[in-house]
Design a protein around this ligand. Structure first.
Ligand code: SF4
Length: 107
């Protein structure tokens, strides 16, 4: 219940730019901690929200951050863990690495 309260309060904040993927309608986040009364089952499988266009921010933005992401086993969203390195930094690393390789060859 504390987690839900935290998600509700922080839902005014932006969604992490490391989030990728999309909702696959598993319904897992709609049962945190209890099944939402607006959660309905599709006849062909999966779930949908019966008040989708009026759903609150914490539902709209889930999973907003990795720390709030507690349905990773079924959810269609993911968070990228890669540290983005810009091309200038990458070029510098390659030049330094090449320099030390040549230095080692001459010794
Ligand atoms: S847990 Fe993820 S995939 Fe499942 S309903 Fe919620 S947002 Fe969609």
């Amino acid at each position: 219940m504390v987690r839900k309260l935290k998600r509700t309060v922080t839902s005014v904040l932006p969604v992490s730019n490391r989030r990728t993927g999309k909702c696959i309608h598993c319904g897992a986040c709609c049962r945190l901690p209890y099944a939402c009364s607006f959660l309905k089952r599709k006849p062909e499988g999966g779930y949908y929200c019966s008040v989708y266009f009026f759903r609150p921010l914490n539902c709209r933005k889930y999973p907003r951050t990795e720390s709030e992401f507690i349905t990773a086993d079924t959810c269609g969203y993911r968070f990228e863990n890669t540290v983005k390195t810009n091309t200038w930094t990458m070029s510098l690393i390659l030049v330094v690495r090449s320099f030390f390789r040549k230095l080692i060859q001459f010794n």
